[in-house]
Structures are given as structure tokens and as C-alpha cells.
Design a binder for this molecule. Sequence first.
Ligand code: PLP
Length: 394
Amino acid sequence: MIGPHSCFAALPEEYLFTQTAAAIREEERRPGRHVCRLGVGDAAYPLGKTVVRAMREAAEEMGRADGFRGYPPEGGYLFLREALARFYSDRGIDMSPEDIFVGDGAKSDGADLLALTDAAEVLLQTPGYPVYADAAALYGRRVVLLPGAPENGFCPPPPEKEHPGALIVLVSPGNPCGTAYSRAALTAWVAYARSCGACLLFDSSYFAFVRPGGVHSIYEIPGARTCAVEVGSFSKFAGFTGLRLSYLVMPEGVRLGERPLRERWARRQACRFNGVSYITQRAGEAALTPAGQREWRHVLRYYQGNAALLRRTLSAQGVPFFGGEDSPYLFAACPAGMSSWDCFHALLSQAGVAVTPGAGFGRGGEGYVRLSALARVETVREAALRLSVFFASR
Ligand code: PLP
């Protein structure tokens, strides 16, 4: 009989969102129960017309002898890599299509990158997106926790100790706390990574929520092109959670040993990945056109309106919270003496509002719950009423 690999055995028994989904489903089975779901950060607004038209045309093309395409290039079609490079240069960042790899999700891209280096240590924000901690466990890496706390706005600074050759994962704006690193703080991180020969993996999945003047890409920080890789996702800004499209940016200056990291990534993708469908890549290209951008920016404003309503609701009840300005997430303090899992269950059973317990995101998340504004406005309005009643009675 074979058993699980010892690294796999080191994983927590269940993935956080599998655990919460089971409790939410059970609550919804109660007669007459309607749960307002503010738990998972999934898109709730349909795709824009420009994206849908591009997919329809691409599907038609695939049905014609002169338009059919088989396996896509593992690194992505040039048309999408060029569109992404333009998207960067429109924001003042010089990027070439060779710097960009197309993937099927920031979750897999980000996690798989952990397997590529010989970094024995992985530095991770806590609380933080659980996928990176799970991936570090899966690949047998030692995790060094970077503690987020109210005092540092849940954006931990570089540690005093040097961690030579480590992989540092920074998610900004962060999940679950919803706060974004400042330019000064990221400048300190880039300096730290360069001084100890570490590599930064910057997860910018929520960049589009950052207010003007904030940092939208790590390459806005001088020196990042030699020490940082950026992973981006179409999921949150363009609503592609069901389509699956992401990109990894690896400038030539980021090296793994003597060779550019991107050469190794290309080799890895060649044997582990067969690319993203033509139809999805055309959809991504369409999302980056002026018309496509107008459509998703309209949706962003819709989610930002939801976040503002949740902020007002918590403020009115005197609930301390973080986030909701540069992010669709709010990290709200639980009523005194209540653990985050107790608060999750109480909100679910008493108020019919699904959130995510902060403790599920690691140490430092205890005492908080995460609320997501990626929901229909009707749901958020109803949830706001219920949250007001819940917190007023504490
Ligand atoms: N990175 C972060 C920080 C996330 O919060 C999420 C999803 O919630 C992802 C990556 C996953 O993105 P994708 O849908 O592209 O896999």
C-alpha cells in the first residue's frame, strides 16, 4: 500500500474555503433560510460585452478549417503577451512580451513558482492567502512568518534578520486584510531582497482596486526588475474567475543561478503545462482594449460601492476594521471575547451572513473576520442591514 508523500501529509486536513462552504451549505438547507454570501472572493457581475463578443468570434474561428488551432504555446499567444506589455507601458512601466508568461490562474502560477527555486525558506505574510502556506508545505519549504498586525496596518515590514536566498511572497493589496503596501514600504522590501539575494514574488491580483497614487505593480519600485517576479490575474479585475487567466512577469534581470529565471520557468511550463485556451486568451486580449477596460472599470466601481457601504456599516456600529479602500476585502474585528470561528458561526446562524474566519488565514487573523464586497449590490445591502443588527446587539 502506498501512502501520501510526507510533504503532502504536512498540509492542514482541509482547505479553508472547503471548510466554510460546508457550514454555509448546511445553513442554507434550513427552511426559509437565505444566506448573504460575503465569504469567498468570487466575481458576481457578468462579463462585459466586449469580452463575450471576442469569445464568440474566437469560437467561430476554431470551427473553421482556416481558423482552427490546436495546442496553444505554453507561454501564451503573442497577441495576449503584447496586449499585456502594452497594458504595463500604458501605466508607465516598460515591459516586453518576452517578460510575460500567460497562465491559467494566479493560484497555480504563484504556488508553482515556489517549486522552481532552491530557496529553503519562504517568507509569508500572516494572516495571508492560505495557498502560499499550503504550497510551501507541499514543496517542503521552511516558512518564516511575517506578522501582520493592526500596528503595521497588516503590511509587515522586512525582518531585522537577513534571510539569504529566500523567496519572499508579498500580496498587495492583501488578502484577507485588504490593505495595500505604501511606496515607501515596498521600496524597503526591494532593498531588503536585493541586499540578501532574495527573490520577491509580488502577487498583484487586486491591483485594480488600488486608489490612484498607490502602487499597482512592483515594477514601479526602482530595482525591482532584478529581484521581483509579479503574478497577476484576470479573475478579480475582469471577472475571469470562471474563465481562468493569469500572467507571470519575469524580467530578464531576475536570475536563478547563472541564468534568467524565466528560462527555467519556460522549461518548467514546457513539461507541466499545455497552455490556456485560444478562446480565453482572446477574451483576455479583449478585456485589455479601451472598450473592454471601460466595461470592467464600471464593474470595479460597483464593487467599490459595495465596499464603501460595508465600511459605513461597520463604522456606524463602532466595529474596528481594515481594508475596503484599496481592495474588495474588509477585515473586521470580532465582538470582544469571540474567536473568529465563533464569530463566523454566529454571523451565519444568527444573521444569515457568510464571512470567512480570520484564523483560517493564519496566525494574526484570530479575532477578525473577512468580508468580501465581490457580491451583488442587493446581497450587500441586505447583509449590511443584518450586520448592523448583529453588531448593535453585542
Ligand atoms: N492570489 C490571491 C492573493 C488571491 O486572493 C486569489 C484568489 O482569491 C488568487 C491569487 C487566485 O487567483 P486566480 O483566480 O487567478 O487563480
